[in-house]
Design a protein around this ligand. Structure first.
Ligand code: ADP
Ligand code: MG
Length: 334
């Protein structure tokens, strides 16, 4: 199968929103009047972001999900995306699975594949996504103010809680440092491999939240970006989310798991790949935040507040300071 047959067979579909889709030198999009385009890229590299053996459909899902999550964190509505793909081989079975997972999520969020690039090489997936947001309405990292509440999103899906820390737990299971029973293991793996981007919540938070970011590298690191951009600090009820995770896992951890408070803190404060939203809003907006979450089948848990004083203060369940450090992921840190 050649390059053009591959594109034709697995990725080309009739243009819908785009004025011109796949097949020319560029795609053409007509931005709606008064809207700003929100643009973001995220790359997934084999061995870095995913295991070589991961299911192709799940990989297709995740490659787009992490990009949709960036739109969610801006309060932008998904429009379209491009796919730059380096593949070692043109394997029909793999491509069928990958495109199925990718395009199913694209359809679920009404986000159209409008172009890309395809080349032979080590497996590498780069998506650039385009969304729209009314001019001036985007949720920025720089909008937090002292006194804001800090929230983290989640969801309850079929009675099971989706919360911060589960994606990292799946990674620990894969590394052999944690054992979960079948049900909890499956759920954790789904959180890692097929995350649900909180797009509807991000849209509902327009005009309510002062700032937002999605958790890709870990809560403390990602919240740190908001605080840095806003020139603020924060106090976090750190053990609120850690004990939530422990409660959700209480029946599920097997003997091999090191599931104590310190472990749960590591999962929730420094674990990555959650794709939950962390956002700030003034205390006067508490009812509006609760309503935005309820209206979008999400949860919003208040985990602390923004301070004028720089730095992040972590408090345990008794309100005492936690002195242990929990670092988020950084590709180039040693
Ligand atoms: P160019 O030579 O201008 O780079 P290509 O021959 O690479 O164009 O691509 C032909 C068309 O197919 C273009 O419209 C491009 O956007 C699209 N395309 C290439 N690879 C992909 C892909 N992986 N997914 C979707 N569209 C793609
Ligand atoms: Mg090309």
């Amino acid at each position: 199968m050649g390059e053009f047959e591959l594109i034709e067979r697995f990725f080309k579909r009739p243009a819908r929103r785009a004025a011109l889709g796949i097949g020319d030198d560029c795609a053409l999009l007509q931005p709606a009047p008064g809207m700003q385009l929100a643009v973001s890229s995220d790359m997934l590299v084999e061995g870095r972001h995913f295991f070589p053996a991961v299911d192709a459909a799940r990989l297709g899902h995740k490659a787009l999900a992490v990009n949709l999550s960036d739109l969610a964190a801006m309060g932008a509505k998904p429009l379209a995306f491009t796919l730059a793909l380096a593949l070692p081989r043109a394997e029909a079975v793999w491509l069928e699975g990958f495109s199925r997972g990718l395009l199913a999520l694209a359809d679920a969020f009404d986000c159209e594949l409008i172009g890309g690039d395809t080349t032979q090489g080590p497996l590498n997936i780069c998506i650039t996504i385009l969304g729209e947001v009314p001019a001036g309405a985007a949720l920025l990292r720089s909008g937090a103010r002292a006194g804001d509440d800090i929230y983290v999103s989640g969801a309850v899906v079929n009675g099971a809680c989706e919360m911060l820390g589960q994606a990292r737990m799946a990674l620990e299971v894969a590394r052999g440092t944690l054992a979960l029973d079948a049900a909890a293991g499956t759920q954790a793996r789904a959180r890692l491999e097929t995350p649900t981007p909180r797009v509807a919540l991000g849209l509902a938070l327009r005009g309510i939240a002062h700032s937002a970011i999605d958790v890709s590298d870990g809560l403390l690191g990602d919240l740190g970006h908001i605080l840095c951009a806003s020139g603020c600090g924060a106090t976090l009820q750190a053990d609120l989310i850690a004990t939530n995770l422990i409660a959700a896992c209480a029946d599920n951890t097997l003997a091999k798991g090191l599931f104590d408070l310190n472990f749960a803190r590591k999962m929730t404060l420094a674990g990555g790949d959650d794709y939950e939203l962390v956002f700030t809003a003034p205390p006067s907006a508490r009812a509006a935040v609760a309503q935005a979450a309820a209206a979008t089948q999400a949860t919003a848990t208040r985990i602390g507040q923004v301070d004028a004083e720089q730095g992040v203060r972590l408090l345990d369940a008794q309100g005492q300071p936690i002195t242990q450090r929990y670092d988020s992921f950084d590709h180039f840190k040693v």
